[in-house]
Write a protein that binds this ligand. Sequence first.
Ligand code: FRU
Length: 909
Amino acid sequence: MHNRLLFCRNRFFAPWKMLCLLGIISTLISCRKENSEKKYRIGVSQCTTGDSWRKDMREGMERELSFYPEMSMTEKDAKGNTQKQIQQIQEFIDEKFDLLIVSPNESKSFTPIIEKAYSSGIPVVLVDRRTTSDKFTAFVGADNYRVGLYAGMYANILLKGKGNILEVGWGINSSPSIGRHTGFLSAIKKHEGLHYMASLWSSVDSVKTYLQTHPSVNLVFAHNDRLAYDVYRICEELGLNQKIKIIGVDGLAGKNEGLDLVRSGKISATILYPTGGEEAILTAAKILKHETFKKENELFTTVIDPQNVSIMFSQLQKVKEQQRDIERQSSKIAELIQTFSSQRNILYFTTVLLTILIISGAFLYYLVQEKQQSNKVLEEQNKAILEQKNEIEKISLLAKQATEEKLRFYSYISHEFRTPLSLILTPTEDLLQRKTNDVKETRNTLHLIFKNANRLLRLVDQLLELRKLDAGKMQLEAKQHDLVSFVKDIVADFNVKAKSQQVDLQFICPFSALPFWFDAEKLDKVLFNIISNAFKYTMQGGAIHVTLLKNVEKIEIMIADNGIGMNEVEKAHAFDLFYRGNQNISLGTGLGLALSMEFVNLHQGKIELDSEKGKGTSFKITLPFIQAENQQLSKPEVVPYKSNILSVEPETSVLQQEESKPRENTIVLIEDNPDLNAFLKQKLEANYHIASVESAEKGWEEILLHIPDLILSDVMLPGMDGFSLTQRIKQDFRTSHIPVILLTAKGQLENQIEGTKVGADAYIPKPFNLEFLEEKIKGLLGNRDRMRRRFSSEVTNPSNIVKGERRFLVEFELLIEKNIKDSSLSVEKLSQELGMSRVQLFRKVSALTNKNVTDYIADFKLLKAKALLKDSEKTIAEIAYETGFNNPSYFTTFFKQKTNQTPTEYRNG
Ligand code: FRU
């Protein structure tokens, strides 16, 4: 379970882990995208970045680079230091830059490093300056020889073919210096009047010194405009500026740059020398993208003099403006790109997020589905388990019921055995102890014993037959008999019983003979059982009708009575052998009816029962014609009905009463077995008045009528049982004082407990010893007498009286107290208020206190008067009235009679 939970938790956590993972992936993707945009790294190696020309070059590069987002540029400044620049180029090589743009400080000393870069596969674009080798990828720059040539040619124009010329440069080892010098010399050499004085390559100070010492100089060719401006200032300082003309190189726009110097007349001309920044990047881009490019990219050069400087200036201004526009647009584009990039990033992020959400959603959906699926499986499993559980419960309930039913069956069987056994043992004991030799009485007793021994035999037979049926060994031994005479004979056997019970017993059949195949022995038992049963539940004066009818395929035997009938539950279980409901239902019917049904089933017939409580019962036996093939319908064999049981009636009634002894106490006897009832009645009548009945309902009527001194009742009775009756007796204060003896076959401890619970005073199991029963009756009646004597002496303090009776006496005394002032208080009035009859009250009070009601009231009044005399200030007359005496002198007489003292004497005593 724990593992399973962990598993589930991990599974549910997985989407978040996945979310993080996807986030990281998306970030990496976007980073890769950024890097992939800048996939070309260009290393720019500058000899110096300190002057405006170089700055102009870098700006040009950056401008151009803005069109290539995939290219990035890293610039290194050697600050005019050749070794440093070589070192920096090496670094670019080591860092594996994709392309190098180099403007080498010097020519020859850079050749190896440039060749190295070139041969290592890194394209090298030289700008402005060259090495001595042609192992480079491309060159961008103006032709310095042409620059020098134009300068020389323009010098000739300025000097009109005659004059002294000085050349000023910054370093003879750089390729521009070499080119310009060479070009310049070749131009002026063509004119004889032009005199080349010297070339100065060192500091500006040397120029000043030279001019001071050589005042004949007419023109100075400075290799760039910065030098030209320096020369101008020296000339100005030396006062030579009107005399010396100056030509510069570069032609940049800006204050004190070439164009400005020409326009302001500070120098005579400047030779345009473009920086080539844009072109260098353009060429680099072509190389990197493997597009066609030119190795030599010569930049345009021209002479800018006062004549064209304005145009140049304005053009340059325009170019600058355009460049600014371009820059603005570029920055705008950059902004847009930035916006686009961030939007794209947002889009990427949103897409990734959306994808993650969709995947997570799908995953969650899958998990939910899976969970639902597993829930469904679990539910189904639960359902199956529940069903199994219910099934097991049902089976165990059935098993429990079966056990209970078996126990009930044994209990029932033991009851069935105990009653006849009682009627064998008790009369036998009686016979053995009898002193007189009354032949008639002895014969009656022996007859009773014989009859009950037969009954036991029948029960044993029935049990054996049930066993046979259970084991499937019971066979139908059918023969053809005359069914009419068969049934008629069985009915006739009950005539004596019908007569004695005053029951209208009739056999109704529309035909005189009916040949029919059946097992006579079994059908005999069926009919005997059902008719016996009908007698058991049919009252005196009732009717039992047996009808035999037939149609083409079946015969019907109907046994109908108008006896006590059955309720729905009794009906439903009438044929059950192990009925588990009201135990009284199967009494006397269970074994016989269950067996009857089995016998009828063996005939392929059926028994149907119709009954209504209070109206009667009818059993309908339907038997099909089961005629064996080739069996000749011979003259039907008449099977005379012979019951296994001898005549159920004694020759003379045992219900004879002995009137010889005086009988003080009345006993109500309730026993449904007529033999036992008669036997007990006969035995007990010697000492007691006996009111005997067969049912608890009738018993209750008798009890209320007589308020007897003792009740002797069977427990298992048709209708209300002995327990319920005892409960009723003990709960009704008219009868609660009467001792109850329960006499029953149910001898188990739990039944005794139940009997004691409902308030039975004694519980005697069957078979019982008559002497023991008689002693028990005597003992209980004796107790009652002792109690009565005790109560009579403690009339107003009933604390010693048993709980149930105390309540009655308290109520009774409260009633007297309430009515004590009433001089006409009578037994009638009290009994009315208590809901009892006069006799009932009389008997109850007498039974409890051994006093009659009038005496009880008188004693109560006396005690009250005594209390008032001692504890109150009331006058004798007042006390007399308060205790219900109209006349105080009568009160005094009454008091004296009872106490031998007058009220005054008592008060003062
Ligand atoms: C700038 C500069 C320019 C000149 C170029 C030659 O550093 O001196 O003035 O034209 O270099 O390489």
